[in-house]
Structures are given as structure tokens and as C-alpha cells.
Design a protein around this ligand. Structure first.
Ligand SMILES: Cc1cc2nc3c(=O)[nH]c(=O)nc-3n(C[C@H](O)[C@H](O)[C@H](O)COP(=O)(O)OP(=O)(O)OC[C@H]3O[C@@H](n4cnc5c(N)ncnc54)[C@H](O)[C@@H]3O)c2cc1C
Length: 397
């Protein structure tokens, strides 16, 4: 092994949070990552255009064991701070919907911006480097890393865990941050896939796969109004991805297929006008025809509107606005956009992201038990928490 090299700060993970931290952490920073390129999740995010923040980001858009933990960091580096950086780099962007900001051209521009800022800050980046060992010393940390077939020994004063969560292992996601946290006696809350399609073992929606419509999906007492997509394996679309983060295995979800109108009023009016119409034909003017076929079979909708009493119509409408479904599972980390749970925030300072019990050890980004909604909120957490740790590390100088 070569001689030991010392850095003031070593950041594990060159993702969104790690790069942001490196930009602000002051001098003598080394960033390590086992991937071939930095910011791989940024590159694939938002369909290649990166939904880099949300204009309406606020503490209420996040889940975690402590509903207050993320407030401080989000308030000190806001969406407007990140938008300023994007604008300074001349990156064109637009609002797609609901405050979600995307690059006009490519997510690669965000990565180039962060790498450029890191270079300006003087940070060093080693890619294709694996972390073999991490240990505490009297004054900091000792690491053994391996890259290009060689092992190197490094020491540092401050160590930042920024290796993210478990989602999309194919892209290099690992549980390294959790393992190191446990090694140092920190608690890690149960992790599970979030922002993920839900599945049904009987593949009940396979015949209507591809049908999408605006709906309200509710899980765990939280409702989201956006599109729902029926898929071969179950349910997807933004409303389902959002609700999935509040769904627990074994629980029901509910779908309201009429988010902005009252089907009872509409069907009763239609009965008045055209009572001879089949109820399924009447519904097909309000919902996608393939979905109506599916519902007709499931609910046995064979009669004419005129044959429906108010009570019968009301029961049908109750079903359409409170459609109770019990998913058998989710697509899991293979496709999940985020990992729920993670390093327990009770063990972290909300101001600096430093652990309370292990001096000089910081946790940022998705590795911590803070998860955002769909719509740019997760990157905003990565920017805000990375900034908070970076500024605190710089202040140690
Ligand atoms: C398909 C997809 C699309 C997404 N789209 C959006 C979006 O549009 N907007 C949004 O806000 N959020 C989006 N997200 C979520 C967002 O990507 C993450 O929340 C965010 O990247 C978390 O940042 P992070 O820095 O904590 O972790 P990451 O960005 O995941 O970075 C972690 C880094 O650590 C490295 N690493 C991991 N394990 C090791 C190890 N053992 N050794 C060395 N290095 C390691 C990884 O290679 C990676 O570079 C998306 C996620 C996915 C999967």
C-alpha cells in the first residue's frame, strides 16, 4: 500500500448531495465514487431533463421519522438559491407542471454545472474508486480505498456520507451509508422503496394496461391528484408514485376516478335525458372506454340508466370515487425513485448534518431519513442538505 494521504474532508458519493457539499466545503476536499461518472441519477432523472427543483418546495413535501428535521436546511438553501445557480450557468429551464422545473435541453447540463463549480472550489474527484474500509482515528477518519487496481490509504478530519439510498441498484446504488452509520453506532430506520409503481399478483389490470386518467390516489391518509396509469403489473403514474410513499404492505389504497366532477349528478342528468342508454355507454362518455369495459365486467353493469334507482346510482358512484384496491406489493428498489427511511435524523444536527455522537461525521441527501414527494423535491433536499454540511465543514477551518 502507498503512503497515507491526508485530506481535510472526504465525501463518499459524487451524486447530487455529495457534489453540492464539495462545492461549499472549503479547501482540501476529495470526493470518492465507485461509478464511472458523477451524478448518474441526475443524468437519467426527469426523462433526461432533470426535474432539478420545485418552485413550491416546502417542509410539507417531505416524509421522515422527524417531520421537523429538514426545515432548517431547506430554509437556508432554498429552491431559489439553486435556480440562481442554474441561471448563472445559462441553463435554460421551464416549469412543466405544479412548480416542477426541468432543463429545456439536458440533465447533463446540471451535472456539468456542478462539476464546474466543484473545479472552481478546488475539489478533487476520484471515480471508479471503491471504499474498502472506514475507521475512526483520534482526530478524524482513516480510509482504505481501491481504484485502478491499487489500494490507497487516506485520512481526513471530516467524513461525509453521501452515497444515497438503495433505489436502482443497477445504477450503482448500495447501502454503504447505512453500513458505515451502523458501524459507528448510529440508528438506521427501516428502509423501503418509495415513489414506486404498485403491483397486483393477479395482474388484474393487464387487459387495460396503457389506460391513463386524472384521478385522486389516497394511501395512508394522504391524497394526490394527478394521472393514474394502469399497467400490466398494476398501477403507476404520478398520483400512484406519490401515494406509494404513504402506502404500507397489506394496506388498501383508494382511487377517485372523478377528481373534478360528481358522477352522481352527471349520471342522474343523463338518466333524465336518455334513460334507455346502457349505463356502460353513459359511463364511457365520462371515462376511458377500456376502463369502463373493465369496470362493467367487475361490477356487472348491464342494465339501462332508467333501471337505476338513485340509491343504485349512488352505490355505483361511491365505487367510482372510492375504488378500494389492495396492492400485493410494489416494483421495489429496481424501479423506485427513492428510498424511504434511512439514517435516523434523531442522531443528526439539523443545522450542520453532523452526527451528534461521532464528531466530524456528516450525513446528507437520500442516505438520511428524509424523502421528498415526486416533483423535484428530492433533488432540493440533496442541494439543501449538501449545502448545510458544506458550510458547516468550511466553518471548521
Ligand atoms: C429514475 C430516477 C429519476 C429521478 N428523478 C428525479 C427528479 O427528476 N427530481 C428529483 O428531485 N429527484 C429525482 N430522483 C431522485 C433523486 O435522483 C435522488 O433523490 C437524489 O439523486 C439523491 O441524491 P444523493 O446525492 O443523496 O444520492 P445519489 O444521487 O444517488 O448519489 C449517490 C452516489 O453515491 C455513489 N455510491 C453509492 N454506493 C457507493 C459505494 N458503495 N461506493 C462508492 N460510491 C457509492 C453512487 O454511485 C452515486 O454517485 C430520481 C431518481 C431516480 C432513480
Amino acid at each position: 500500500m502507498q503512503k497515507t494521504t491526508h485530506y481535510k474532508t472526504i465525501i463518499l458519493g459524487a451524486g447530487a448531495a455529495g457534489m453540492m457539499c464539495a462545492i461549499h466545503a472549503g479547501e482540501d476536499v476529495l470526493v470518492l465514487d465507485h461509478a464511472k461518472a458523477a451524478g448518474e441519477k441526475i443524468r437519467i432523472s426527469g426523462g433526461g431533463r432533470c426535474n432539478f427543483t420545485n418552485m413550491y418546495a416546502g417542509p410539507e413535501n417531505y416524509l421522515g421519522g422527524n417531520p421537523h428535521f429538514h426545515k432548517s436546511a431547506l430554509a437556508r438553501y432554498t429552491q431559489w438559491d439553486f435556480i440562481d445557480m442554474v441561471a448563472r450557468h445559462g441553463i435554460a429551464y421551464h416549469e412543466k407542471t405544479l412548480g416542477q422545473l426541468f432543463c429545456d435541453d439536458s440533465a447533463k447540463q446540471i451535472i456539468a454545472m456542478l462539476l464546474d463549480e466543484m473545479t472552481r472550489a478546488g475539489a478533487t474527484l476520484w471515480l471508479q474508486t471503491s471504499i474498502v474500509e472506514v475507521a475512526k482515528t483520534d482526530s478524524g477518519y482513516r480510509l482504505v480505498v481501491e481504484g485502478g487496481g491499487k489500494r490507497k490509504q487516506l485520512t481526513c478530519d471530516a467524513l461525509v456520507l453521501a452515497t444515497g439510498g438503495k433505489s436502482i441498484p443497477k445504477m450503482g446504488a448500495t447501502g454503504l451509508a447505512y453500513d458505515i452509520a451502523r458501524q459507528f453506532g448510529l440508528a438506521v430506520t427501516e428502509t423501503r422503496a418509495g415513489l414506486v409503481p404498485l403491483t397486483f399478483s393477479d395482474k388484474r389490470f393487464a387487459p387495460i394496461s396503457g389506460v391513463a386518467l386524472p384521478s385522486i390516489a389516497t394511501a395512508g391518509g394522504k391524497s394526490f391528484e394527478e394521472a393514474v396509469l394502469f399497467t400490466h403489473r398494476g398501477l403507476s403514474g404520478p398520483a400512484i408514485l406519490q401515494a406509494s410513499s404513504y402506502w404500507q404492505e397489506g394496506e388498501e389504497i383508494t382511487l377517485n376516478l372523478f377528481p373534478s366532477s360528481d358522477p352522481f349528478v352527471l349520471l342522474r342528468a343523463e338518466r333524465q335525458k336518455a334513460g334507455r342508454k346502457q349505463i356502460s355507454s353513459a359511463l364511457a362518455t365520462l371515462l376511458p372506454a377500456r376502463l369502463v369495459d373493465h369496470l362493467s365486467e367487475e361490477l356487472g353493469l348491464k342494465s339501462r340508466l332508467a333501471d337505476q334507482s338513485d340509491a343504485a346510482l349512488s352505490t355505483l358512484c361511491e365505487h367510482l370515487t372510492h375504488w378500494r384496491l389492495r396492492p400485493s406489493g410494489s416494483e421495489g428498489y429496481r424501479t423506485a425513485e427513492v428510498t424511504l427511511g434511512g439514517i435516523d435524523t434523531d442522531g443528526l444536527s439539523s443545522k450542520t448534518m453532523e452526527t451528534k455522537t461521532v464528531p466530524g461525521l456528516y450525513v446528507i441527501g437520500e442516505a438520511a431519513d428524509v424523502t421528498g414527494w415526486l416533483g423535484g423535491f428530492n433533488f432540493q433536499w440533496a442541494w439543501s442538505s449538501g449545502f448545510a454540511a458544506g458550510m458547516a465543514i468550511r466553518a471548521r477551518e
